[in-house]
Design a protein around this ligand. Structure first.
Ligand code: GCO
Length: 441
């Protein structure tokens, strides 16, 4: 890596991130069924119909994984709690084994002097709640608040930070409009509801944690820079609309108590009754804002129905996801977020990283492309700080190769290679490079 810990302010934190369904192994420990199990079991949704039943078997290999984190010299570990592991039916009786697991995880982090950063919901909705309409049902806000309370009564006294939901855009748009993630709907009315309810649920979950006396609570959104296909007014408007529902809708709801007019033009008629009255809950104050950033998209107008645009392949070098590498975007979003929405509120890059063609050769993985990707993005984070954005930390996605959702186990985002047959972990060159960069002299 072409940076060192010392290049950053004293209080700047480095971390690594994972999520529950992507690593734990959902077949273990009494976890309930989730809508990802159902989505993966439906032909055509997921590469090779793979699911998270075993994943990285982190459930049984937690100590080994925490040792890897400690030796990476990071300060913080961002992980998530699986709702169905803690409350198998989504509501009602908790699973003691599930709560014990997260309790051990938090203690294991603290023993290794690592700060636990929890995300309560990273996409594995319990199937019985999906049966009731999932994110389309306004009651999801109360269900999430109840789940929050169950988890945090157990670990809330020891976690360093907490966020209710990972990436509202993915919960709303990707899963209900594009149908690429569970529950796999392509329905504008479901989308409008999910996009609003996800913020309402965020607000209720924050309130539940405040009531328990917790602090350092935040929101984590994802961002993609929207580049117009050409110089035309039509292409600019198309990119602006993409930018609206992807990058502005949620921040605007959280920090301004309104939604962008361009997005309401399409979603307005489908919004749930009385949505305008929910912003007081949605805007319950938070202590920080997290940005997940990977790429940009080139957007071209089409003649179809709203939003009447499509993504086209751009000219920049790409990762194994086919995503363009555009490090400048991370700086632009950090600055823009503080300027338009959050002011002095601390910002964290809560995810950044890439999938590569990481082959194991003679017991090692020489992922030079990942070292270059991380170096280039971290340089843009430094630039954002130099230009005034209050950025307080940077988290790598991800510690381990894991279940990359609809792409199954095919895309490798890890600093550590995982052989999905033997489950053996092998730190990649990027892991060693990051450990060196973060070593305290
Ligand atoms: C996300 C999620 C992760 C993904 C990662 C790579 O940002 O989409 O938080 O679960 O695995 O982003 O796509």
């Amino acid at each position: 890596m072409d940076f060192k810990r010392d290049d950053f302010p004293e209080d700047f934190l480095f971390g690594a991130a994972t999520s529950s369904y992507q690593i734990e192994g959902h077949a273990f420990g009494g976890a309930g069924r989730t809508h990802w199990d159902d989505f993966a079991a439906t032909p055509g949704n997921v590469v090779r119909a793979e699911n998270g039943a075993v994943a990285c078997d982190h459930y049984h290999r937690m100590d080994e994984d925490l040792d890897l984190l400690a030796a990476l010299n990071v300060d913080v570990y961002r992980f998530s709690t699986s709702w169905a592991r803690v409350i198998p039916d989504g509501r009602g009786a908790p699973n003691p084994e599930g709560l014990d697991f997260y309790d051990r995880l938090v203690d294991g982090l603290l023993e290794r002097k690592l700060k636990p950063a929890v995300t309560l919901y990273h996409w594995e909705l319990p199937s019985p709640l999906a049966d009731l309409g999932g994110w389309r049902n306004r009651d999801v806000a109360s269900w999430l608040a109840d789940f929050t309370e169950v988890v945090m009564r157990r670990i809330g006294d020891r976690v360093w930070s907490a966020a209710p939901i990972n990436e509202p855009w993915c919960v709303g748009w990707l899963s209900h409009f594009q149908g690429h993630h569970a529950p796999g709907l392509k329905d504008i009315r479901a989308t409008a509801r999910a996009m609003h309810h996800v913020l309402l649920a965020h607000g209720r979950s924050i309130q539940a944690m405040r009531a328990l006396g917790m602090s350092n609570l935040g929101a984590v959104c994802n961002f993609e820079w929207a580049e117009p296909f050409d110089e035309s007014d039509e292409a600019r408007a198309a990119a602006e609309l993409y930018d609206g529902y992807y990058n502005h809708f949620f921040l605007s709801g959280l920090f301004k108590g309104e939604y962008p007019a361009s997005v309401l033009k399409g979603l307005g008629p489908h919004m749930p009754k009385g949505w305008q009255d929910d912003f007081e809950t949605i805007g319950t104050p938070v202590d920080w804002c997290g940005l997940n950033y990977y790429t940009r998209k080139v957007i071209r107008p089409t003649n179809g129905p709203w939003p009447a645009h499509e993504e086209v392949e751009g000219p920049l070098p790409k990762t194994a996801m086919g995503w363009e590498i555009y490090p400048e975007g991370i700086c632009k979003f950090l600055k823009q977020t503080s300027e338009l929405y959050t002011g002095d509120l601390p910002l964290y890059v809560t995810e950044n990283g890439m999938a590569g063609d990481d082959a194991l050769a003679s017991g090692a993985v020489d992922d030079k492309a990942r070292v270059a990707y991380v170096s280039a993005h971290v340089a843009q984070v430094r630039r954002a700080i130099a230009e005034g954005a209050p950025v307080k930390g940077y988290f790598l996605w991800s510690l381990l190769d894991n279940y990359e959702w609809a792409l199954g186990y095919e895309k490798r985002f890890g600093l550590v290679h995982v052989d999905f047959d033997s489950l053996k972990r092998t730190p990649k060159a990027s892991y060693h490079a990051l450990a060196n960069a973060l070593a305290r002299s």
